[in-house]
Ligand binder design. Structure first.
Ligand code: UD1
Length: 430
């Protein structure tokens, strides 16, 4: 199995180009099959989750043609099936977007219950509630979610929790429903807005995305489009925290600074300098980090997908910090691994109490999920000595060329496939 081998201690310095947003791409790829015309999507990140989504589209007869590494042409005209039950789709949580897309277009869909990161209970009751409100019959049988409707009719839907997934899924199911749909208590994340903009570029009429009330006027059909996906807020934030933790100086390029405000604010609080320009943010960590408190919240709050990365930074900060996770109930599993690197963190329920230490020390650790995996890599970059990170397939679900981008910033990191390669890396890095 492949691992990352890391020799810590080098500050990260330089510039890094941020790719397209994985979570926007997943919604947009699924939505692209809702027209029989051709759709061209640019800035698609080349990561496992997006590749699984494209494979799923092909598995039901859609045509997916790679124009270059980040541009795909998709045609949903040849789709001949609305059943997606292959085991591979379970690997991604966002498989539920195919439910909304297929139901919206064909009024029928059967999709395997989603998997994705194991960060706690991840119900889909709000998706189901939305589909039912639009007139679909929804049931779960043999591990499949089955949604069917004679016709879909616009409806007034009040979400019980702020959920990105259900907001996007219901939006897709509603764009071709008859009449008007209103989604209240909608998620406001940048990727919700991006999927709405994409659907609008296909002829949908969606207003209010980015606020907590989204209004959708049903249209009879959607048409082809060309669309560029927004930059990945979480990839950018991960490199910003990597700069902070390694006492570096990193400019993340090709970003939308507005989407990074909650992340920049916390970096400033812990003592980093953050400079924003039109499409770049520079993080300089010249001073020792200081403690702070943070609670994860829906956008524009601090993102849950950045919680492990900030915890790694606070673990090395002076004083005591408190991190409260309010979105997912089981998102501190990586703390055991961080403790093995010398962190002093106590987890009580959804709160981590962190007493900052002077240094981490390298260890053999495993990535428990996507974001925690990336955070542990960052810990390894700051640690004294050698760290190996197993289960990097989780990290590759959402980060394109992670180790290469880090290497270009001066990190000593290599992807190794066997003991011999690991030894070679040890010899090379001393
Ligand atoms: C998406 C992101 C994920 C991010 C999360 C929160 C994708 C593919 N994944 O996940 O990276 O961590 O948003 O920003 O975009 N909930 C319900 N019922 C539902 C749906 C959700 O109770 O039907 C709850 C969840 O358990 C969670 C909260 O709502 O507590 C937010 O979940 P949601 O925003 O839906 O997360 P995902 O779309 O799964």
């Amino acid at each position: 199995m492949e691992q990352y081998a890391i020799k810590g201690g080098n500050p990260l310095v330089g510039e890094v180009e941020i790719g397209g947003a994985k979570n926007a791409a997943l919604g947009i790829l699924a939505a692209s099959i809702m027209t029989d015309e051709t759709v061209v999507i640019e800035n698609v990140p080349d990561v496992r989750d997006t590749n699984v989504m494209m494979k799923a589209i092909e598995s039901i007869g859609g045509i997916v043609e790679g124009i270059d590494r980040h541009t795909v042409k998709i045609s949903g005209k040849t789709i001949n099936d609305v059943v997606i039950e292959d085991g591979f789709i379970k690997k991604i949580r966002a498989s539920y977007y195919l439910l909304g897309a297929l139901l919206g277009k064909y009024k029928r869909a059967q999709v395997t219950l989603p998997g994705g990161c194991n960060i706690g209970l991840r119900p889909i009751d709000q998706h189901i509630k939305g589909f039912r409100a639009l007139g679909a019959d929804v049931r779960i049988e043999h591990g499949l979610i089955i949604a069917e409707a004679e016709r879909l009719r616009g409806s007034h839907i009040y979400l019980d929790v702020v959920t990105v997934g259900a907001t996007i899924d219901i939006m897709m199911a509603a764009v071709m429903a008859e009449g008007q749909t209103i989604i209240e208590n909608a998620a406001k994340e940048p990727h919700v807005v991006d999927v709405a903009n994409f659907l609008n570029s296909m002829g949908a009429v969606i207003k209010g995305a980015g606020t907590d009330v989204i209004r959708i006027k049903g249209v009879p059909r959607l048409h082809g489009t060309e669309y560029v996906i927004i930059p990945d807020q979480i990839e950018a934030g991960t490199f910003m925290f990597a700069a902070a933790v390694t006492k570096g100086d990193v400019t993340v390029k090709n970003v939308i600074p507005k989407h990074l405000e909650s992340i920049s604010a916390k970096l400033i609080e812990v003592g980093c300098e953050v400079e924003e320009s039109d499409d770049a943010v520079r993080v300089v960590a010249a001073k020792p980090l200081t403690h702070t408190h943070v609670k994860t919240l829906p956008y524009p709050g601090f993102p849950t997908d950045m919680q492990p990365q900030i915890t790694v930074a606070l673990g090395l900060s002076r004083g005591t910090s408190i991190v409260t996770e309010s979105i997912f109930e089981n998102r501190f599993k990586y703390v055991d691994e961080l403790t093995r690197m010398g962190a002093n963190i106590k987890v009580e329920g959804n709160t981590a109490i962190i007493d900052g230490v002077n240094k981490y020390t390298g260890a053999s650790i495993s990535a428990p999920d996507l974001r925690a995996g990336a955070a542990l890599v960052i810990a390894g970059l700051a640690a004294e000595g050698m760290t190996t990170v197993d289960d990097i397939q989780f990290i590759e679900r959402g980060y394109e060329d992670f180790h290469i981008k880090l290497k270009n910033l001066g990190a000593q990191i290599e992807k190794v496939a066997c003991e011999r390669e690991q030894k070679k890396f040890r010899l090379k890095t001393g």
